[in-house]
Unconditional design. Structure first.
Length: 664
């Protein structure tokens, strides 16, 4: 059933009383322009389409490489927290890399006649970006691309800058209750007008950051990259003709739609499937989990994800001002693996649609705090994955870790601030045919910070980096491992965390066990040991303190007692699984044995056989979704509700409705 108030194809800025419009505003083109585009689409043959696709993707790749070379801040240059994209004149993304940047905000503030060649636009306003930028540190640069005097596209770069003001160093206050605490808000403005820099705008931007030098360098890198993309697209137009290139952009979206409609849509079974997931808390109300709920429906033409039942926007900064279009692309990107060779672009939104009630953590309303919005995004994958698990009888990937950000900041002897901040990886969920990936970052193409770089730039020493023992969820296929990092602090400072999955586990699927949550221990193993859980800021640390960061492991897949015994032995040998957990979770009796100076591990085959037989008799029924002990405690305490689906003996859940395909 579809709610009558849902505004699926809304073409205005109007909001219905209950549901957010799928897209805040459309950008209609004159009929003669559409006739021209349709005419030239007929002239774009498959080879030409591939040439244009390759040219656009290469331009985006080169733009991103340019940012990496020219950026100044650690999070941009070393950790790759930025994205490039190319949009059509009516603001549809035609490249596959970025879902965050969109030219809608520029079009909303500047009529076409005011957009000139040589202009460079800047904005970061989370509530005035039409779903493009959803927290303030993400600055977006947009450059219009003209050819022969006609606007044909936009090149865009958005990236997470080091600091944009607000109450905390790094502009990430974990207990903010209003966006005004989080930094400067910039609606779309011209940083360059017809090629001439607008110094007054630059001065305002650089005055509102604690690190003006790195901000200047990052913005210049973004601008240079957008101009590189602009130049590449113009060269493509010189070769093939601007009409052909523009028409090919729309044909790429048509091709994406066709792939999703003809290849992916038939995979989904008919029916209605509900998925839920939970975030630890909003950073302020620490005992109250935050729920995401989605109902997956398939009709003959599209897949609908209805997020009715999702938590209302929170007091703390765990909110995201999305629209249905952005979230459809975000969750729809999961589908790329099922249509190999197809660029998943704006065309996916024609088949894959999100319906979003107003005023939830996915559709927060001004001026709600939004700095921690990325946790909401990544947990939307969890809710979606739980729905898919029911739709496909458990043949889906188990739950993944989310973004884990930790940092230390302080002031040097001259009173200038410094900030060491790092985006950490964790374990990905196990698959129906393989273990999860260890210590993988959930931010696309992100990189870890090299130890040598950290120690040379910041007053810290990295004493240990290792995989987090026993963190991967048990299963026939084990969840990916989180990792552990010991950081020795050389000067007084303050510790900050922006995390999730420090209480809730990454859930296991189809009988698999949950992954181990993450967390931080200050001075572990000493009388002064302190556990830091959830998102926190301003935690004092002293010179000589050791900060031990641990990240979550991914959920397991399938019955742990069906895991290959040799695979368990190798996990013990590689120090991924302890001897104790090998016996408790997998029913494998492993014994340590010295061969000369070499430590080896052997399996007691008979003891293992007997133990597994007994465990099968004694254990409770396996679950389709195993959320772990913390979720059970919260349910018993009345903080959350969810229904368990138990697996029948020797089979998957809901076999009578599940599709036969495997989502992996």
């Amino acid at each position: 059933m579809t709610n009558e108030n849902v505004q699926i194809f809304d073409t205005s800025i109007y909001k219905s009383p209950e549901y957010k419009p799928f897209r805040q505003q459309e950008w209609p083109r004159p009929r003669e322009e559409w006739d021209r585009i349709e005419h030239f689409k007929g002239k774009v043959d498959p080879i030409t389409l591939d040439v244009v696709e390759g040219g656009l993707e290469a331009a985006v790749d080169e733009g991103e490489a340019a940012v990496e070379l020219a950026g100044r801040s650690t999070i941009i240059r070393e950790q790759h927290d930025y994205r490039a994209s190319i949009c059509t004149v009516d603001c549809n993304n035609v490249t596959s890399v970025s879902w965050g940047a969109s030219a809608d905000a520029v079009r909303a503030h500047f009529p076409l006649e005011e957009i000139q060649e040589g202009d460079v636009f800047l904005f970061n306003d989370a509530y005035d970006s039409h779903g493009s930028i959803t927290h303030l540190p993400d600055y977006c640069i947009c450059v219009p691309i003209f050819h022969s005097g006609r606007l044909i596209a936009f090149s865009m770069i958005f990236g997470h800058t080091e600091d944009v003001g607000g109450r905390s160093v790094g502009s990430w206050p974990t207990t903010s209750t209003s966006i005004f605490e989080e930094g400067i808000q910039i609606p779309p403005v011209k940083l360059y007008s017809k090629g001439k820099v607008q110094d007054d705008i630059y001065k305002i931007v650089l005055r509102n950051t604690r690190f003006p030098d790195t901000m200047q360098g990052d913005l210049d890198a973004f601008i240079g990259a957008c101009r590189l993309i602009e130049r590449q697209v113009k060269q493509l137009c010189d070769r093939l003709g601007a009409d052909i290139v523009e028409a090919a952009m729309y044909k790429l979206m048509d091709r994406c739609e066709e792939a999703v409609r003809n290849v992916i849509l038939p995979m989904f079974p008919n029916g209605e499937f509900i998925g839920e997931d939970f975030l630890d808390n909003d950073g302020i109300n620490l005992e109250d989990p935050v729920k995401l709920k989605v109902t997956l429906r398939k009709d003959p033409e599209k897949i609908i994800l209805d997020w009715t039942g999702t938590n209302p926007q929170t007091e703390g900064p765990l909110n995201a001002p999305n629209d249905g279009r952005f979230l459809s692309k975000w969750v729809g990107s999961f589908l790329a693996q099922f249509a190999p060779g197809t660029v998943i672009n704006e065309g996916v939104t024609r088949v894959f649609r999100c319906e979003l009630p107003n005023g939830t953590v996915l559709t927060s309303e001004y001026p709600a705090a939004v700095i921690n919005r990325m946790q909401v995004w990544f947990r939307s994958f969890g809710a979606y994955g739980a729905a898919l698990a029911q739709a496909f009888g458990g043949n889906v990937v188990a739950d993944n870790n989310c973004v884990q950000v930790y940092g230390v900041y302080g002031y040097d002897e001259d009173g200038k601030p410094w900030l060491y901040r790092e985006v950490f990886g964790g374990g990905s969920g196990a698959r129906p045919y393989a273990d999860g990936t260890d210590a993988v970052d959930m931010v696309n193409d992100a990189k870890n910070l090299p130890t040598e770089f950290i120690e040379q730039r910041y007053p810290v020493v990295i004493e240990r980096v290792a995989l987090n023992l026993d963190s991967g969820g048990a299963g026939k296929y084990r969840g990916g491992m989180g990792y552990v990092k010991d950081i020795h602090i050389l000067t007084d400072g303050n510790y900050v965390t922006y995390v999730d999955r420090t209480a809730f586990n990454c859930f296991g699927v189809n009988g698999g066990g949950p992954g181990k949550p993450g967390g931080t221990w200050i001075n572990p193993g000493t009388p002064n040991e302190r556990l830091v859980q959830f998102c926190q800021e301003g935690i004092p640390v002293k010179a000589g303190d050791i900060i031990r960061v641990t990240t979550p492991g991914g959920g397991g897949w399938g019955d742990p007692l069906e895991r290959d015994v040799e695979a368990v032995r190798m996990d013990v040998l590689r120090q991924l699984v302890s001897i104790e957990i090998a016996e408790i979770d997998y029913g494998v009796v492993v014994q340590k044995q010295m061969q000369g100076l070499v430590t080896d591990y052997i399996v007691d085959e008979e003891a293992t056989r007997l133990l597994r037989e007994q465990m099968r008799k004694d254990r409770a029924p396996l679950k389709l979704i195993n959320r772990g002990q913390y979720a059970e405690e919260k349910r018993e305490g009345g903080k959350i509700t969810f229904d368990d689906v138990f697996l029948p003996i020797g089979g998957n859940a809901v076999p009578e409705t599940a599709g036969e395909q495997q989502l992996s």
